[in-house]
Design a protein around this ligand. Structure first.
Ligand code: XMP
Length: 530
């Protein structure tokens, strides 16, 4: 291997080649910041989230067409509350503030705020001035979503109010000449009836967007970037996981450099029933060649033998993966790059993503890999949200089944066999899990849930089968509804589906005599049990 220092991203020059117009979102910590970014992108305009105190010099270039100030939990009336650089108003591009963003703009421009005694949260009927370009095509009265404490009572000079509610005379303000707009409500949330139109008006009518953020243009640019980076005598390795992200990276690399990318799939012995064979055959069918398949089941299970602590399991699996992966690619010459399916939510340095949730479980199981290998990273998806990755995969011709699979954790069944892992316990879990997934498909429910799986508990329970008393394993089924895995609710699956799963599992899986359904939400529980 070449001893290069790993490079966390694309070079500046190559980045500039991605000449999409862009909207910058200054993040003040709202739970909706990522939603704003996705809503803008859904309109065909690239958007990026940066911390609220980012120096505009770092994002002001010819591609910048607008700036959005997000909401946030602080009160703008507090001393030391977050403020952006005032220079954001001098860049010659339109600026819009949402909720906290509105209040901050009001203060920066010389307006006045009042602290409400109680927070206003939820739906509100709004009356707007429909002659304004921001509200073009929107009805005079509609429903919006509010979530605020403070509100604007004095307009900045030369600004006018352009929407109101029963309790708020200034629910939106603007100065068209200066290109500054502000909304007290959240246009990005689903419950704001005409929110999408307002965002679209801001982007297209006010900022002059061209709508150049499309998956086709993304594919072309990425292919060009990869071809330019990877020299004709250089090679790329990619760890396939069987999940969506690495499959999409594989499809992009395949288009860009053909067989100079080496796909490696490590079977860690912690996969689901038939999964290893499935991943290999799907790959062969789609790409017309074999992947490098390493069956390291024995090594992983030996290293995990007797280990009960979940975090210890994760560390062992991560460490073993690095060793196995290194060994498996050691025979390939001229490997210079490691490709990874890192996504945008993993790299955003936003106020809202810095929270306790990030450290509850150590999710980045193979974090040390690039350094150990001395390889440069290729991360073509690091600007994309998951829904965009799926669209990209569809454009690249990947089958629907591959794109809409439920997420599966890196440590696999190790965190679903609670307590110590043995081949026998893994086998019980695999069979039960397979029945659950089969029945979700049979009942047409697989696509309705975000993630579903079985968990083998470290307890036995008494039962009776025929005339005999049994003392066997207890198994839990878990199915959740979620958007991004950060919060989740248990899925209200039909009774007859659960009944069918329970009876099939107890009849068909030897060693299980009791099935429970997990009815905990996240928080306070997590999705996985370990
Ligand atoms: P939790 O259990 O934290 O899970 O609510 C949220 C999402 O993350 C997945 N998960 C993991 N993924 N390595 C992974 O790659 C891990 O160690 C890990 N732990 C949980 C989980 O399946 C769910 O989709």
């Amino acid at each position: 291997f070449s001893a290069k220092i790993s490079n966390p991203g694309l070079g500046f020059i190559k980045e500039k080649k991605m000449a999409h117009q862009k909207v910058i979102i200054l993040d003040f910590g709202s739970q909706y910041t990522q939603l704003i970014a996705r809503k803008v992108r859904e309109q065909g305009v690239f958007s990026e989230i940066v911390p609220f105190d980012t120096d505009p010099k770092s994002f002001a270039d010819e591609n910048l067409i607008g700036i959005i100030l997000s909401g946030g939990p602080a009160s703008a009336l507090e001393k030391d509350s977050p403020r952006p650089y005032s220079g954001i108003l001098e860049l010659g591009v339109p600026v819009i503030g949402i909720c906290y963003g509105m209040q901050v703009l009001a203060l920066m421009l010389g307006g006045g705020l009042s602290a409400s005694s109680s927070r206003e949260y939820g739906r509100a009927a709004i009356r707007i001035d429909i002659s304004e370009p921001l509200f073009s095509g929107v009805e005079r009265e509609s429903i919006v979503w509010m979530s605020h404490g403070d509100h604007v009572i004095n307009l900045p000079e030369n600004f006018r109010a352009c929407a109101s509610t029963e309790t708020l005379p200034i629910a939106a303000f603007q100065n068209i000449e200066r290109g500054i707009y502000a909304l007290q409500f959240h246009p990005e949330v689903h419950h704001t009836e005409r929110g999408t139109d307002i965002i679209r008006n801001f982007l297209y009518t006010i900022c002059g967007a061209r709508g150049d953020w499309t998956m086709s243009s993304f594919i072309e640019t990425q292919i060009e970037i990869v071809r330019e980076r990877v020299g004709s005598d250089e090679n790329v390795v990619l760890g396939l996981s069987g999940g969506v992200d690495s499959a999409v990276v594989a499809a992009l690399l395949d288009r860009a450099i053909g067989d100079r990318f080496y796909p490696v799939f490590v079977n860690n012995g912690l996969l689901r029933l038939g999964e290893a064979v499935q991943v290999c055959s799907d790959f062969k069918r789609h790409f017309g060649r074999e992947l490098i398949y390493i069956d390291a089941t024995e090594t992983f299970l030996r290293n995990l033998s007797g280990v009960e602590d979940p975090e210890k399991k994760r560390k062992i699996i991560g460490g073993t993966f690095i060793d196995v992966f290194l060994e498996s690619v050691s025979h390939i010459n001229n490997i210079n790059y490691l490709a990874q399916g890192t996504l945008y939510p993993d790299v955003i340095e936003s106020v809202s993503t810095k929270g306790p949730s990030a450290v509850i479980k150590s999710h980045h199981n193979v974090g040390g890999l690039p350094d150990k290998l001395g390889l440069e990273l290729i991360e073509p998806l690091r600007k994309l949200f998951k829904d965009e990755v799926r669209k990209l995969g569809a454009k690249l011709g990947l089958p629907r089944k591959m794109l809409w699979r439920h997420p599966f954790p890196g440590p696999g069944l190790a965190v679903r066999v609670l307590g110590a892992i043995t081949p026998e316990r893994l086998e019980i879990l695999r069979r039960a899990d397979n029945i659950f997934i089969e029945e979700l498909h049979n009942f047409g429910q697989y696509d309705n849930v975000w993630q579903a799986f079985a968990v083998l508990l470290p307890v036995k329970s008494v039962g009776v089968m025929g005339d005999e008393r049994t003392y066997e394993h207890v198994l839990a089924l878990r199915a959740v509804d979620s958007v991004d895995g950060m919060t989740a609710d248990w899925s209200r699956l039909p009774d007859n589906l659960l009944a069918r799963c329970s009876s099939r599992i107890i009849n068909e899986v030897k060693g299980v005599n009791r099935v429970c359904y997990d009815i905990s939400s996240k928080p306070p529980a997590t999705i996985e049990w370990e």
